[in-house]
Design a protein. Structure first.
Length: 310
């Protein structure tokens, strides 16, 4: 297990290093820059040179990258070019809102998707199965940036149950959480159905049924736990994605999270913010996937043995 954790940690560090290089180069080599955005294209050359010196953009690329990595090792994410504020405290202030929205969306996806998929697998080939499959297909097909305006139109403008944009209460996040969690819920429903049907066809389940075990006991006690392994993979990927920042949903609903912060930083060429949010999202994604790998062992002892062996 310790060897497995060491190797995964080393893999995560290499991944983060490669991502940091790519992110830094994409910002440094992209046409335009923060000076042109702030001063305009016809700015005074002396003022542009002074601002470049202030931002450190007049130094060679290797030196700029080395300074940025050294700051990361000290916990310093840099200073925002746009508002001249430290990036680290700003992210710490905004990230709890993103995490709250992501966890609400994940809870909605889990509560809706897994029972819907299990219901379809319980009665395969019936109208119940076809209805669940149709709903799952619709959920996968409709993106969040289309679903959220529809929800706002119905529940905010027509019924007036929710505000049009985020205000202060936690329940104001329900509509964006539904919009963000609908596609993961549909994916969970489809994966749960497929995994349960595959597990129910295994030899050990058929043997248990032949020995007189009831269908419900075979479904929930034998097939259910083993079928959760691929479902957990989909859930972990979806949670990691949502915790990394729901850019479109936060922007559309005016939620002050890191997603909205990133969308505002891109046209302003605010490289420190873009780089910090990218690395934060990758780190959270890697941590969530590591947690999912460890949970595999609790669901399936065979995977636990394989993990320890590795």
């Amino acid at each position: 297990m310790l060897r497995f954790l060491f190797l995964r940690g080393l893999q995560a560090l290499v991944t983060l290093w490669v991502l940091s290089v790519v992110t830094f180069l994409m910002g440094a080599l992209a046409p335009g820059g923060p000076v042109e955005v702030i001063l305009g294209q016809h700015a005074n050359p002396e003022a542009a040179r002074q601002l470049n010196r202030e931002f450190g953009l007049d130094r060679p690329l290797p030196e700029r990258y080395a300074r940025w990595v050294a700051g990361l090792c000290r916990g310093d994410l840099g200073i925002s070019f746009r508002d001249r504020q430290p990036v680290g405290p700003t992210i710490l202030q905004r990230y709890p809102m993103t995490a709250r929205l992501a966890l609400m969306a994940a809870a909605y996806a889990l509560v809706l998707g897994v029972p819907l998929g299990a219901l379809a697998a319980w009665r395969p080939g019936t109208w119940l199965d076809r209805l669940a499959t149709t709903l799952a297909l619709a959920g996968v097909s409709v993106p969040a940036f289309v679903l959220l305006p529809l929800l706002v139109l119905i529940f905010s403008l027509r019924l007036r149950w929710f505000p049009v944009t985020y205000e202060t209460q936690w329940w104001h996040l329900l509509l964006p959480a539904v919009a963000l969690g609908t596609r993961p819920a549909a994916l969970l429903a489809r994966m749960t159905r497929a995994s349960l049907l595959d597990t129910l066809g295994q030899d050990y389940v058929r043997t248990a049924r032949a020995k007189g075990l009831s269908r419900s006991a075979a479904f929930f006690r034998h097939a259910g736990r083993n079928a959760l392994v691929p479902v957990l993979t989909v859930l972990g990927t979806s949670v990691g994605y949502m915790l990394s920042g729901s850019f479109v949903v936060e922007t559309l609903f005016g939620i002050p999270g890191i997603g909205e912060m990133s969308v505002a930083a891109i046209p302003a060429r605010d490289y420190p913010v873009i780089q910090a949010v990218t690395l934060l999202g990758a780190t959270v994604f890697l941590i969530v996937n590591l947690a999912v790998d460890l949970l595999y062992g609790f669901l399936d002892p065979r995977l636990r043995v394989a993990t320890v062996a590795n």
